[in-house]
Design a protein around this ligand. Structure first.
Ligand SMILES: Cc1cc2nc3c(=O)[nH]c(=O)nc-3n(C[C@H](O)[C@H](O)[C@H](O)COP(=O)(O)OP(=O)(O)OC[C@H]3O[C@@H](n4cnc5c(N)ncnc54)[C@H](O)[C@@H]3O)c2cc1C
Length: 426
């Protein structure tokens, strides 16, 4: 008989499929029970990022002694993706694994790499894989993250994007060649690539269709300061005009802008956002709406299927709305939280979203909810050193800090205290 799990309040038994098989409703999920105890044996986690990694290890930490299989479309075991657009573009450093390979073996976690889940049969509790095999599950956790958006009009041969290790070689080759680089999209990734490229001596133009980089998320007050930071460090910033088309020829690239002007380049990088990697789940019965929709405890609309990380759009009880966050810290915590739910907890996941970015040697940090603010108050004019506080109806809901990590730590605490209910720090 399986052990009672270590999760406080969880009455779930792992590793024992016996019993009367009766069904108990837990939120929107039906869970198999035996004498009132929930049973799960085979857990399949689809995804190879931080959410999948944390979920698998947390299952073991909590005492799950059934199988844990992690299926990742990438060749590498889970690694720190955040370095890809920072240090790894400037220095010749290796991928940073999230754990030594031996840790998965020691924990009895099976890693299936370079294999993609291509279909879900939720009735049969089976995931079909790209190598023509299938995996049955008792519990399925979807941590599939997202893919970079590359609009067809911008998708000329050789145009680069940045999401995973396979994109790194192309980006590094571009930066090693030098010359003129156009970066389309002034979000965090575009800003980091522009920063790395100018550090490497390239002639960089950053094109942002909003009035300033990061403006769509953080407004003009912060956006103009971030634009100033780029300009001070040598990046040409073109704002208020989108890129309409990219074409390639033997002499390089031509970027057509919405205002009829054109830019010439030796290389083009597109960083205009990501889309949840959920195409293969269409028709599976899962509710999909700009991500995999879940309740506050990571449970999807389908029995025994859970979701976490960048792909999940979950009900955030403190914000009283569905949220999807594309940041490292939240994705990792989400992975830990979903493991608890798989093992029977119904604790809600309500983190204070947090993101950092390194651009031109300056740490940019944001915490809070990047929506719904009606007032922003900024202290400091130096683009490499300022603090912005975001309010809604007089309540602090977000802070953005440039170049002052200590100030950020203080502001983050202030923000956590003003959240209602407070950040659970899960
Ligand atoms: C270049 C870059 C830099 C970043 N820098 C920062 C930063 O500085 N700060 C910050 O807060 N956030 C940063 N982020 C965001 C952060 O990395 C993400 O929020 C985080 O990686 C999300 O983790 P995840 O596990 O949810 O998804 P992902 O990391 O996207 O992992 C998803 C995994 O699932 C796999 N997968 C997808 N579909 C399938 C399938 N059907 N079958 C099998 N496997 C599949 C993918 O191959 C991938 O391995 C950065 C992101 C990128 C791309």
């Amino acid at each position: 008989m399986g052990e009672r799990c270590r999760l406080r309040g969880c009455r779930r038994v792992h590793g024992d499929r016996g019993g009367d098989g009766s069904r108990a409703r837990a939120g929107n999920q039906e869970q198999e029970t035996r004498g009132g105890l929930c049973v799960t044996r085979d857990v399949v986690v689809v995804g190879g990022g931080v959410a999948a990694h944390r979920c698998a290890l947390e299952l073991r930490r909590l005492g799950h002694d059934g199988t844990v299989t992690v299926i990742s479309g990438e060749r590498h075991p889970p690694y720190d993706r955040t370095f890809l657009s920072k240090d790894m573009l400037v220095e010749d450093v290796d991928l940073v694994p999230l754990a030594p390979r031996s840790e998965y073996t020691d924990q009895g976690i099976e890693l299936l790499l370079d294999v993609t889940a291509v279909a879900l049969d939720a009735d049969a509790r089976r995931v079909q894989l790209s190598d023509d095999t299938a995996r049955r599950y008792d519990s399925l956790v979807l941590c599939v993250g997202g893919r970079p958006v590359l609009p067809p009009a911008l998708d000329a041969p050789g145009v680069a994007v940045m999401r995973e290790a396979t994109h790194l070689d192309r980006l590094r080759a571009i930066l090693a060649r030098g010359g003129q680089l156009v970066v389309i999209g002034g979000g965090f990734i575009g800003g980091e690539v522009a920063s790395a490229a100018v550090t490497r001596g390239l002639d960089v133009t950053l094109v942002e269709q909003a009035g300033a980089p990061l403006e769509a998320m953080l407004g003009a007050e912060v956006g103009t300061r971030v634009a100033a930071l780029h300009r001070e460090r040598g990046v040409k910033v073109v704002t208020g005009v989108g890129a309409r088309a990219v074409s390639a020829s033997q002499s390089g690239y031509r970027v057509d802008l919405d205002d009829g002007t054109t830019l010439s380049a030796d290389a083009v990088v597109v960083g205009v956002g990501m889309a949840p990697a959920t195409d293969w789940l269409t028709g599976s019965g899962l509710e999909l709406d700009h991500g995999i929709v879940t309740d506050a405890s990571c449970r999807t609309s389908v029995d025994s299927v859970f979701a976490a990380g960048d792909c999940a759009r979950w009900w955030h009880p403190a914000y009283e709305s569905l949220c999807r966050v594309e940041h490292w810290d939240t994705a990792g915590r989400h992975g830990t939280a979903v493991a608890k739910t798989v093992l029977g907890s119904a604790e809600p996941f309500m983190p204070l979203p947090f993101v950092w970015s390194d651009q031109h040697g300056v740490k940019l940090q944001w915490a809070g909810r990047a929506a719904g603010w009606d007032d922003v108050r900024v202290e400091g004019d130096d683009p490499a050193r300022f603090v912005a506080r975001y309010y809604r109806s007089g309540q602090l809901i977000g802070v953005f800090v440039s170049g002052q990590p200590r100030e950020f730590a203080k502001a983050r605490k202030e923000l956590a205290a003003s959240m209602c209910p407070p950040d659970q720090g899960r």
